[in-house]
Design a protein around this ligand. Structure first.
Ligand SMILES: C[S@@+](CC[C@H](N)C(=O)[O-])C[C@H]1O[C@@H](n2cnc3c(N)ncnc32)[C@H](O)[C@@H]1O
Length: 434
C-alpha cells in the first residue's frame, strides 16, 4: 500500500515557501459560482462578523438557507451538481489550496513538500459509500469519542491505504475500532486502552472486535512501553510501510511521534490535532504554529487586529479562542498559553518559545507528509456552532451545496455528530537525514 511512489504525489504544498505550482493548480480549477463565493466568504472571513453581530449572523444563516432552497428548486444552483456525478466538476482539485480564513492557519512543512494522492472527488465518492455505513454504527451516542468528520477521515484513509495491520491507542467504547473494521474487514487490529471496551457493554452500546488483540485491563501497556519488535513479529509484519497507527489517547503528539519514529512506524493518524490555545495535549498543529509558516505565530497585543478578529469570531463560534485565552503569562501564546500539555491535561509543562521553536524544527525534519482531514461540510450545511471554520481547511462540501449534502444522506444525520471536529491529521514520517 504505502510505498512513497504509489501513495504520494510530489506536489509542493502551498504552505511551503515555493508555492507557485500549487497556486497555478488553484487557478486552473473551475471557479465556484457567485453563490458559492458569497456563502464561503461570509462564513470564513471576518467581514461578516465585523459589520454585524450575533443577531445578524442568525438572520443571515436563515436567509442563506432560504436562498439555497430557492436556488436549488429553481435549478439555478450552479455549484451544486444535479446528480451524484460530481467527478467532472471537481476533477483535479488540490486539497491543499485553501483560503484559510482571515487569521490563517499553520500547516506543518514536510521535508520534500509531498502531499497525499487523494483528491476532493475521492473524498466525495468516499462519503457516498461511508454515510450508509455510519448509519449502522453500534454506538449511536459517542460523546467523548469521534463524531462524523473524524470517523469518515479514519475510515477513508484506512480503506485507501489498505494496511496489513492497524494499531489504535485510545479505544474508549470501541467506536474507532468499529470504524477501522468497516474500512478493512479482515485486517488484524491491535487496540491499546486502559479499560477494555467490553466493560462498557454492561452499561450500553460498545464494540468488541473478534480479530483484535487488546492491550487493555490487566494487559494494558502504554504505546511507548510496548516491545513493538516482538509484537510485530508475532503478527508477521516485516514491512513497516504496511502498518497504520491511529492515536486518540490524548497524549503529547511530540511524545507519540518520537516513540513511533523509534519503533519504525511510518503512517500515523492523530485524532485530536488541536489548534493553538486549545486542547489537553501538545499537538502537531500547535507545534507547527510558527511565524515562519503561513498563518502561524501570534500577536498578544490587546489592541491589535488579531485580538479584534479573535473576539469577533469568539462571538460566533463556541470554541474559537480569544486573545485572553490564547495568551498566558509573559504573552506566551504557543501550545496552550505557553504550556506543553500532556496526558489529558494531567501533566503540563511550561516551555520557552525557544523549546517550542526547536520542537517544530524537529517535527519538520521527520515529516514526509502532513495532511489535515477537512470538515465534511460548511457550517450552513452541518449547522455546527463550535469550531471556527476560519481556522480549518476548506470543507469537502462547501457552504450552500445543500443539494449535494442532502443527496449524500448527510442532512439526515443529527447535527450533533458534526460538532467534534479538531483537525484530525495524517502524517508519514521517516528518520531525519540531517
Ligand atoms: C477520546 S477517548 C477515545 C475515543 C475513541 N477513539 C472513539 O472514537 O470512540 C480516549 C481514550 O484513551 C484512553 N487512554 C487514556 N490513557 C491512555 C494511554 N496512555 N494509552 C492509550 N489509551 C489511553 C482513555 O481511557 C479513553 O478510552
Amino acid at each position: 500500500m504505502m510505498s512513497k511512489e504509489s501513495s504520494l504525489s510530489s506536489r509542493r504544498s502551498p504552505q511551503s515557501p515555493d508555492s507557485s505550482a500549487a497556486t497555478d493548480d488553484w487557478k486552473k480549477r473551475k471557479q465556484p459560482s457567485i453563490w458559492c463565493k458569497i456563502s464561503h466568504h461570509i462564513f470564513s472571513s471576518s467581514f461578516f462578523i465585523t459589520t454585524t453581530g450575533k443577531f445578524l449572523a442568525v438572520v443571515s444563516l436563515f436567509l442563506i438557507s432560504l436562498l439555497g432552497v430557492f436556488l436549488t428548486k429553481s435549478r439555478m444552483l450552479a455549484c451544486v451538481s444535479s446528480s451524484l456525478n460530481y467527478g467532472s466538476e471537481l476533477q483535479g482539485s488540490d486539497l491543499n489550496g485553501f483560503d484559510f480564513g482571515s487569521l490563517g492557519t499553520p500547516w506543518c512543512r514536510s521535508k520534500q513538500g509531498q502531499s497525499v494522492d487523494w483528491k476532493t472527488k475521492d473524498l466525495l465518492k468516499g462519503l457516498e459509500e461511508f454515510v450508509p455505513i455510519y448509519e449502522t454504527r453500534p454506538i449511536k451516542n459517542n460523546m467523548f469519542g469521534m463524531g462524523f468528520d473524524h470517523s469518515f477521515g479514519l475510515w477513508f484513509m484506512a480503506q485507501w491505504l489498505k494496511p496489513d495491520l492497524m494499531i489504535e491507542s485510545g479505544a474508549f467504547k470501541g467506536h474507532s475500532t468499529w470504524v477501522l473494521r468497516q474500512a478493512m474487514p479482515v485486517t488484524p487490529i491491535i487496540s491499546i486502552s486502559p479499560r477494555h471496551p467490553e466493560k462498557y457493554l454492561k452499561k450500553g452500546a460498545a464494540y468488541v472486535d473478534a480479530n483484535c488483540t487488546y492491550f487493555s485491563g490487566k494487559n494494558f501497556r502504554d504505546f511507548g512501553s510496548v516491545d513493538w519488535k516482538s509484537v510485530l513479529k508475532e503478527h508477521g509484519i516485516s514491512d513497516m510501510s504496511k502498518v497504520l497507527v491511529f492515536f486518540d489517547d490524548h497524549q503529547s503528539e511530540l511524545k507519540r511521534l518520537k516513540q513511533a519514529l523509534k519503533a519504525g512506524f511510518q503512517n500515523l493518524i492523530f485524532e485530536d490535532n488541536y489548534d493553538t490555545g486549545t486542547g489537553d495535549h501538545y499537538s502537531l498543529r500547535q507545534i507547527c504554529d510558527q511565524s515562519y509558516i503561513k498563518g502561524g505565530g501570534h500577536s498578544c497585543y490587546r489592541n491589535g487586529d488579531e485580538a479584534r478578529i479573535r473576539s469577533e469570531r469568539k462571538s460566533l463560534w463556541e470554541k474559537a479562542v480569544d486573545i485572553e485565552e490564547l495568551c498566558g503569562e509573559g504573552n506566551a501564546w504557543w501550545g496552550v498559553r505557553g504550556e506543553m500539555r500532556d496526558d489529558f491535561n494531567h501533566s503540563n509543562k511550561a516551555i520557552s518559545y525557544k523549546e517550542h521553536f526547536e520542537n517544530s524544527r524537529f517535527v519538520e525534519s521527520v515529516l514526509d507528509v502532513y495532511w489535515e482531514v477537512p470538515p465534511v461540510g460548511g457550517p450552513s450545511l452541518t449547522r455546527q456552532t463550535r469550531y471556527d471554520p476560519g481556522r480549518t481547511p476548506a470543507p469537502i462540501i462547501e457552504d450552500g451545496r445543500f443539494g449535494l449534502f442532502g443527496r449524500l444522506g448527510l442532512s439526515a444525520l443529527d447535527s450533533s455528530v458534526f460538532n467534534g471536529y479538531t483537525q484530525m491529521v495524517f502524517v508519514q514520517i521517516s528518520q531525519s537525514t540531517t
